[in-house]
Design a protein around this ligand. Sequence first.
Ligand code: ADP
Ligand code: MG
Length: 750
Amino acid sequence: MVRPKTSKLKLQNRLSEVNEIELLNSWIDSGKPDSGTNPLSQPHPPEKGRIGRLPDGSFSPYSGAEKFTQLPLSKKTKDGLTQAKYSKMTDIQRASLPHSLCGRDILGAAKTGSGKTLAFVIPVLEKLYRDRWGPEDGVGCIIMSPTRELAGQLFEVFKSVGRHHGFSAGLLIGGRKDVDTEKERVNELNILVCTPGRLLQHMDETPNFDCSQLQVLVLDEADRILDVGFKKDVNAIISQLPKKRQTLLFSATQTKSVQDLARLSLKDPEYLSVHEESETATPNRLQQTALIVPLDQKLDMLWSFLKAHLGSRILVFLSSCKQVKFVFEAFKKLRPGIPLKCLHGRMKQERRMGIYAQFCEKNSVLFSTDVASRGLDFNKAVDWVVQVDCPEDVASYIHRVGRTARYLSGGRSILFLAPSETKMLEKLQEKKIPIRFIKANTKRLQPVSGLLKALLVKYSDLQYLAQRSFVTYLRSIHKQRDKEIFDVAKLPIDEFSASLGLPMTPKVRFLKIKVKDKKVSEELTLVPESNAAENRFKLLKETSGTGISDEAELHTEGGLSLKMVTRHFGKDNTPDIRDDVPATRVLKNKKLKINVGRPAGRHVVFDDDDVDGSDTSTSPTKLANAQTWSDSSKLDKDIVNQRYTKLREEVTGVDEEDKASYRQHLREKRIKQKMKLKRRRDEKGEGEGEGDLSGSDKEAPTGRVSKKSKIYLHDSEDGEMRQGTRMSTDSITLAEQEEMALKLLSSMHS
Ligand code: ADP
Ligand code: MG
């Protein structure tokens, strides 16, 4: 009896959906904005009650709409938006939705934090809904993100706004092992939110993986995805997608490259750049400052900054994974008084997910590579973005600082520039970035290099991290494209090494090697101090064009892979987050000479540590690298060992002194307490001998029940058990103690 009722209801629903879709299609068609116009400049549409089909059969215009309810959207999407508390549109939403809803290709550019996500989530949902997309139709839409964290965040927005729709959606990102389950289900998904590496893996490996019905392709952070780092993967992906589709590209730093657009076969895209006329390229509520900090004082400055902002949520950018790890581990041991976290591409996926979620929840410091620079929303609540290392270019700067001051909130950023990097300031100002230059207040600087030195002596793993941090930083500078700003030769390498707490500068040489008569090709090389000519270690970077490249990283990534599939919006789904890209672009490999003539040190061979790459915990690279270190010349080893021994002695001496003075301090405190107590008793006329609070036998007044009665035993050097010195007067023998213990036991039993 119930069944007919249910089917009747379903039929009714279907019919009302059909009617709604018919109405939406007519509305969209009749009210389309003209191509090339900006809906933001259109007059506002009518108020409530006069929206949609009007009594005379015509439709209200939707170009110029200010609220989501004034757009031709399905009830399901509108309900989702209302529940997620979205009602007024942001500028990029107002400008792009009228065009995207009628199926046009979009090139959308708007500042960070201005709501670009909804500008593509809504048209995707609406397109599939109006096409009555169902499980049997397969993949209808693909959204690509450059990082796993961002993909996870986009997926959450789909789940939230699309909660009333019945589409199945999947998050396909690297870092998870259950790719087989994913392969079984991926063909049933309607919406794929993914990173390029993982998507390509499915295209290559999943039987019958079919995208031939794809309706909409979205590239979030489009300029990044079209960048050289993803080129190979993205080209391979696009070659497998149908040409007849809608393509939506969004970024705060949008590509205008004709080549990029040709690769994507865009059809007369609408270029909507809502802040082009704006005086600034960054959010208005963002206060930006820059200051010159010598490379060897950057950690002092960072430490001082953190100590001065303990109640804030701070995102700190460094240029490589190794730097992130080192600074995080070292600062953690120094206990700044605020929780510290770190995020980089070499962490296990689950940890990354956890860290990301924790940072969204709680005031803390997150040290990160550029893996966190794009798109992440962090619950709108980052107070400060600190760039310890100079960003590779203006776009990278804009995205990093864009992690704060999102939507309507304010935020602050600070950029540390080494003296050789001051040109960056001009470049930022040229690109409409209102950055205030301030002078560093060195009086309040709290130096940490001394503390780091002591830490490195104590913790050998930290020593290793410091060395790697040093090397990867120099390499990241060497790899930068913009040679006007980044010049290894101008860096105070020895001072920088010392500032990390290293007892001596790891030796790093960039050698120019002429390859026959050809143009100089460049290669990173480290050469042993002794016979450099014969023993030139081959660096892991070859000149042949197979050096570290973003593409190579991606392939490694694809192999690891990830994933997680969710079916139907609103169902439980944990985002799987992780990036697929290194932080820095790759240049042609070069041979280059770093510093000759510094004190003899260890010879370092560069390994494959990229600026922000994949997990190397068990990689051959790391093992090879470890090997290299242990193979360093004997001479160097001896010198280093000697230095460490000396440092260890120094630190031990200081440690003993500290302990002694602390003991003395405690003793004095106890005496004071005792005297005070005694005075009080005397005043009250109390008798002595009521007990000793001192805990010290020496000062214990005679006649009291003191700690003398405790028994201290320890092993004597000759192996005999004997009583401690405190037992010298009223000592008892072992036999007596046993007897006492037996008595005690028997009395308990009785
Ligand atoms: P972008 O991609 O431009 O950097 P996001 O799409 O991540 O920005 O949005 C930034 C923040 O603004 C998010 O927290 C989002 O929830 C919020 N937001 C976006 N659109 C609206 C809106 N129309 N009303 C209120 N908040 C919005
Ligand atoms: Mg975004």
